[in-house]
Write a protein that binds this ligand. Structure first.
Ligand code: SF4
Length: 695
């Protein structure tokens, strides 16, 4: 449904200088989707002069009251008459954004388009009828967003006029929806009371909602964060061909993301061969103008390197500081198209970019019938169904998680010589990492999960950390982070649990573009305040905080074994819970990283005083930096207040350090800061396995 092309709407010319955000609108058809979209079009000034008056006149002639949904019906009619309108994508402008509203009438089709790359949504409006509240349909729509990885969700509570804009009714729905979405790992960016029919809450608030302090729907569209432009992602140049010209060996391909320049350090993945770009070639020779010195995403280029290394079609030229993973195993969410269901043990060919490898399906989880938007519990994926698969590749392929790079994180599956499916890469494991968890039952196995590293040995790591320690000690926290970035080639991960320290570090990171991956571990047991702060922080700093979740099957096995609150009973049960919810996800978050930034401070506990500003972690093959290690709590609070850093409201209620809700408490005056964390019976247990191995 693309409305900008018809005579019905004003022509829409996207403005390259303005961010484009794509927002899917989901909700039961009777909950007022068409009315809301029609009203938004009007409020955003997207209708041509006189269109509204014409429709109102037609309604009057027929003796019917005017409805905003008639606008979409009119568009649909024009389409049915052969006028070029795609009414599933409606474009409008807010003050800061160009917005594409994606109406998703058929979930199966939309799901397939999203998963195979034909459609993308950066955010969602989830519509709920104020009288009906959350229903089975609502849960399914939330599930749809969860499947698609759409994390920016605003709930629009419609038809509030029919309930006299009753604040109590609204708050009840707000609580109900927040809880329903939390179960899917989603936190609403806002819950907005509206009447799409009267326009209240759509572009402006009426006096009837004076009790509401949040954004209107239009303001929310303006606040959603757009996806990163391909040019702003790390360099990925899949090699299409190698040509020999005179003495030159020219590597040709299309720059899928990032930028490349003469002199840049690159790695050819998956073999991780280093080189520098010697030249960027152009045809025909550009004389008398000089040869290009740089190229950006979307351009097809030919490059030469400064040394002879083996490169062939299927390899990927990557930024040396942020290479793709050389995946030997990967987990993907796929849409299966073939008549023969996909089963464990199935032999397929996996294609990523210009590379391919034979592969075997090792696990199948969460097979879903997209029509029902509910797991069908099957261990095969039927035709036109969605599921998560773990596959083992015969040869490693260079790839990224789709959340990090939508282009290089997309996979195509061949079966019996034909294209049989496609999907999103969720996670990768490299050459000698342990196999994906599948149906593992032993929690202790997670502690040992490690990613293969190619070039860092324990001695070199230790020497590097020791050399850096005195240098960093004299620097400010921001300078320490910047220095680590300069010293380490490869991925650096900052793990946040949204504590005071983490928020200060996030503020520092947001002041620079240091190419550091920001990650949080969502244990599923966090405080509602923490989820709210997460969304607030992303909005404030315009950064995406990548979530790593416990593996679904491991969590199911844990809860089946010891119950949802089993960790309360024994020390072993607590270790098991932490291993599934925290330790294994942390190892995945750090997979492939050379640096780890965390918010530890010496002052927090006696145990932490024995740790260090910087140290090597040989078994994780990385260097860990705690840039605030020598800061006091007073310094933190002064920084937060001077820079207006958003912090968790629980701090004001006596919580010093904040983790899982059932295992955290406020501390009494005089208690050490970590006294309120985890199971507070013994000092060494408070580290929960996450930081215990830090040097
Ligand atoms: Fe489980 Fe508590 Fe550990 Fe969280 S802190 S993972 S709830 S034992």
């Amino acid at each position: 449904m693309n409305v900008q092309l018809s005579g019905c709407l004003r022509p829409f010319a996207p403005d390259a200088a303005r961010a484009l955000v794509r927002v899917v609108v989901v909700g039961h058809v009777d909950h007022g989707k068409s009315t809301l979209i029609g009203r938004l079009l009007h409020e955003a000034g997207g209708l041509p002069e006189g269109k509204l008056a014409t429709l109102a006149a037609v309604s009057a002639r027929r003796g019917m009251p005017f409805e905003w949904s008639f606008l979409l019906d009119a568009l649909q009619t024009e389409r049915d008459q052969g006028i070029t309108i795609d009414t599933s994508q409606i474009r409008l402008r807010t003050p800061a954004r160009d917005v594409v509203l994606i109406d998703a009438p058929g979930h199966a089709e939309f799901l397939r388009n999203m998963i195979t790359g034909a459609a993308q949504a950066d955010a969602a409006l989830l519509l709920v009828d104020a009288a009906e509240g959350a229903r089975e349909q609502t849960r399914r729509h939330g599930y749809l967003l969860h499947l698609l990885g759409v994390r920016q969700v605003a709930v629009v509570v419609n038809k509030m006029d029919r309930l006299g804009f009753d604040p109590d009714r609204f708050r009840a729905i707000e609580a109900e929806m927040t809880a329903a979405l939390a179960g899917l790992g989603l936190t609403p960016a806002a819950v907005i009371p509206v009447s799409a029919r009267t326009g209240d809450g759509v572009a402006r608030h009426a006096s009837a909602t004076a009790w509401y302090r949040g954004p209107t729907v239009l303001a929310m569209l303006d606040a959603f964060l757009p996806a990163k432009a391909p040019a702003d992602l790390a360099l990925r140049l899949p090699v299409q061909a190698i040509y020999k010209f005179d003495h030159r060996r020219i590597i040709a391909g299309r720059l899928e993301s990032g930028r490349i320049g003469v002199g840049d350090e690159i790695l050819v993945m998956p073999a991780a061969k280093p080189a520098r770009v010697r030249s960027i070639e152009s045809w025909p020779a550009p004389a008398p103008s000089p040869a290009p010195r740089a190229a950006t995403a979307g351009q097809s280029v030919g490059i030469t390197l400064d040394r002879e290394i083996f490169v062939e079609r299927g390899h990927v030229i990557c930024a040396a500081a942020r290479p793709a993973a050389p995946a030997k195993r990967l987990r993907a969410r796929v849409f299966w198209l073939d008549r023969q269901p996909l089963a464990v043990g199935g032999e397929i060919v996996a294609r990523i970019g210009t590379a391919s490898s034979p592969a075997v399906v090792r696990t199948i989880e969460d097979a879903v019938d997209p029509g029902l938007l509910a797991s069908d519990g099957a261990d095969v994926i039927e035709q036109n169904h969605v599921g998560e698969i773990g596959i083992e590749l015969r040869q490693p392929l260079a790839t990224d998680a789709h959340a990090a790079d939508p282009n290089s994180g997309r996979i195509v599956l061949e079966f019996g010589g034909r294209i049989a499916g496609g999907g999103l890469v969720l996670a990768t494991e490299t050459a000698d990492a342990h196999a994906p968890s599948g149906r593992r039952a032993n929690d202790q196995a997670f502690v040992g999960t490690r990613t293969a590293r190619m070039d860092l040995d324990a001695d070199a790591l230790g020497a590097k950390a020791s050399a850096l320690a005195p240098v960093l000690a004299a620097l400010s926290p921001a300078e320490r982070i910047a220095r680590l970035r300069r010293e380490l080639a490869g991925k650096i991960v900052f793990t946040t649990s949204f504590g005071l320290e983490d928020q200060v570090i996030l503020h520092l990171l947001s002041q620079r573009d240091d190419d550091i991956d920001i990650v949080t571990l969502d244990t599923g047991r966090l405080f509602p305040e923490t989820y709210a702060l997460w969304a607030q922080t992303e909005r404030r700093y315009g950064r995406t905080i990548r979530a790593v979740y416990p593996r679904h099957d491991d969590l199911e096995a844990l809860v089946a074994r010891q119950g949802i609150d089993g960790f309360r009973r024994t020390r072993e049960a607590r270790i098991a819970c932490c291993n599934v919810r925290k330790v294994e996800p942390l190892e995945r978050a750090l997979a492939g990283a050379r640096g780890w930034i965390a918010g530890l401070r010496a002052e927090q506990s006696a145990h932490r005083r024995d740790m260090a500003l910087i140290g090597a972690e040989p078994d994780r093959a990385l260097i860990k930096l705690n840039p605030l290690f020598d800061w006091t709590r007073e310094q933190l609070l002064a920084f937060v207040s001077a820079n207006d850093v958003p912090v968790n409201p629980l701090h004001a209620r006596g919580f010093a350090s904040i983790g899982c809700a059932p295992c955290t408490r406020a501390i009494a005056p005089g208690e050490p800061e970590r006294a309120g964390r985890w199971w507070w019976e013994e000092e060494q247990k408070k580290e929960c396995g996450l930081h215990a191995r830090s040097s």
